[in-house]
Design a protein around this ligand. Structure first.
Ligand code: ZN
Length: 300
């Protein structure tokens, strides 16, 4: 098991902002005390413009590079483009390790799943997972990518990037109504991609039972029909009962159960090829414990 993380993601912070470097520090600290876990720690890798431009417009890249196009949720910091690039670079480094047969988790920030082709939003600058999916399709020559997004928020950016791409199956379970407002069950993909986007909106207060049911009854049969060549996890942990932003009641143990289901999909269809990328998760203890539960199942 390899974890990609480095200081390229912890050098920026904004007073009072929930998406803070302590998220990474607390998670690393917890994992480092689990000395029996066979974890190899690696640093982020390179990220060139060509990779970013597979999921974003040149205008978006240019605006971010000039520190423009930010909002209250997604404030600007000095050197932010470099941090955002490091987060993408970690996802790409994870793919490289996965190609060599490793299971990999990217423990970086900023998260990515709200970033659309042309817009930074919801703490997200570049869409790490969307860029990774495009990279898999192009460089690994694996046409069918399954993205499983269990962040408490709907990954509007990821869905939008692949809305008309039948090669990417996007599954999201999320709180609804909630930020960013998208992710209703009738959003199923456009044109020839219809049916390759599967949204399970759940009311606030939902917990383990609803999440397990969504995975077993909706994700598994859909994934078995799609038969992915690669599985990416948009691993946000803000549906945890202790989270400070989300209103859900998912337990630490349930994240292990959801991981098992996703891992079985990867084992069944694509020789276990799976990369997991951190998205949200804002209660430090719940986040760190949930990441540990997630990794323990990936390590099994
Ligand atoms: Zn989130």
């Amino acid at each position: 098991m390899r974890i990609i993380t480095d200081e390229g993601c912890t050098g920026y912070s904004h007073p009072g902002h929930p998406e803070r470097p302590e998220r990474i520090f607390a998670t690393r600290q917890r994992l480092r005390t689990q000395t029996e876990l066979p974890i190899t720690w690696s640093q982020s890798g390179p990220c060139d413009d060509a990779a970013i431009l597979r999921a974003h417009t040149t205008e978006h890249l240019a605006r971010l590079s000039k520190l423009e196009d930010f909002d209250e949720d997604t404030p600007s910091y000095p050197n932010l483009p470099a941090y955002a690039r490091a987060s993408v670079g970690a996802a790409l480094a994870a793919l490289k390790a996965a190609r060599a047969g490793e299971t990999v988790f990217s423990l970086m920030r900023p998260p990515g799943h709200h970033a659309t082709r042309n817009r930074a939003m919801g703490f997200c600058l570049f869409n790490n997972v969307a860029i990774a999916a495009r990279y898999i399709q192009r460089h690994h020559k694996l046409p069918k990518v399954l993205i499983v997004d269990w962040d408490v928020h709907h990954g509007n950016g990821t869905q939008a990037v692949f809305d008309d791409d039948p090669g990417v199956f996007y599954f999201s379970v999320h709180q609804h109504p909630f930020y960013p407002g998208t992710g209703t069950a009738d959003e199923r993909g456009a044109g020839k991609a219809e049916g390759t986007k599967l949204n399970v909106p759940l009311p606030a207060g939902s917990g383990d039972t609803e999440y397990r049911r969504a995975f077993v009854e909706q994700l598994v049969p859909a994934a078995d029909r799609f038969q992915p060549d690669f599985v990416l996890v948009s691993a946000g942990f803000d549906a945890h009962a202790d989270d400070t932003l989300g209103g859900m009641r998912v337990t630490t143990q349930c994240y292990g159960d959801l991981t098992r289901i996703v891992r079985q999909i990867a084992d069944r269809h694509c020789q276990g090829r799976l990369v997991s990328v951190l998205e949200g998760g804002y209660g430090l203890d719940g986040l760190a414990a949930s990441v540990e539960a997630h990794l323990r199942v990936l390590l099994d």
